[in-house]
Design a protein around this ligand. Structure first.
Ligand code: PAF
Length: 279
């Protein structure tokens, strides 16, 4: 595997590759990331991965400085997966001058749910993903459904800018107890790690109630948030949304069997976890 940090060298190295499959990451790789690499391989060749902790998508009080950086380990894992190039730019490579041009998702999608609790997050994500696409020029790119709203924003961005990159969504990789794998799980104490699958259970509780025919979404959401709060969590939201646009379903949508997803974000101690479940 070739490790490249400069954009120019990356372009030279990938010149003429028409079927590149790309996976963007911030490193600290776990099985979830590796499952994205494997899915990428089924959609293209060569597989290119990136590791870049993107300052633009972190708020001033978020965990940019303490975000886990485990580069050597990550390299070994990617080598085992047969990744062809790892693009690992420094901040200077990626942002040699202040990144003043940014990609701003529409308010109705970028400022709801995660965007409401993390202002500017999706502008930071969209900007870096657009720039990574410009560097790698992939034919396909794989993003995990774990970051459901991110996947939708990237997919809509690619469509509206007519990017020549097909966006593939990958199923969430879960531990045996249901916890969705995430780099931030490493922040959990052992007690918190035991408690953490309660978030997935809460999502399942919501999904069961919707499947059982309950129509009042706010009652269902509130009950699930109450359960978490009683267990010591601080839920930001548990929300039933339409899969098509992440807007709340109307009573008519509910009655007509609109395709739904329940999305959640909650803090356990100092760690903020997100997860979702398609219903
Ligand atoms: O999902 C992530 O790890 C990041 O948001 C991404 C897509 C690599 C952009 O920095």
């Amino acid at each position: 595997m070739k490790i490249i940090s400069s954009i120019e060298e990356l372009r030279d190295h990938l010149r003429g590759q028409l079927r590149t499959a790309f996976v963007a990451t911030m490193g600290n790789l776990h099985e979830g990331h590796l499952s994205l690499m494997r899915l990428a391989r089924t959609h293209g060749d060569p597989v290119v991965a990136s590791i870049f902790v993107n300052r633009l998508q972190f708020g001033p009080n978020e965990d940019f400085d303490k975000y886990p950086r485990t580069f050597q380990n990550d390299v070994e894992k990617l080598e085992k997966e047969g990744v062809y190039v790892l693009f690992a730019p420094t901040e200077k490579d990626m942002y040699p001058e202040p990144q003043e041009y940014r990609v701003q998702p529409p308010d109705g999608l970028g400022n709801i749910l995660e965007g409401e609790f993390r202002p500017g997050f999706f502008t930071g994500v969209s900007t870096v993903v657009m720039k990574l696409f410009s560097c790698v020029q992939p034919r396909v790119a794989v993003f995990g459904k774990k970051d459901y709203q991110q996947l939708m924003i990237v997919r809509n961005m690619a469509r509206q800018f007519a990017l020549p990159t097909e966006i593939i969504g990958a199923e969430t990789f879960r531990a045996d107890d249901g916890l969705a794998l995430s780099s931030r799980n490493g922040y959990l104490s052992s007690d918190e790690r035991e408690e953490a699958p309660a978030l997935y259970r809460a999502l399942n509780q919501v999904a069961d109630e919707v499947r059982g025919g309950r129509l009042n979404t706010s009652d269902i959401e509130k009950a699930a948030m109450d359960v978490l709060a009683q267990r010591g969590w601080q839920p930001d939201y548990i929300s039933i949304r339409k899969r098509i646009d992440l807007q709340p379903p109307s009573a008519g949508d509910m009655a007509q069997g609109e395709k739904l997803v329940v999305v959640a974000a909650a803090r356990l101690g100092k760690t903020r976890l997100i997860d979702n479940l398609e219903i």
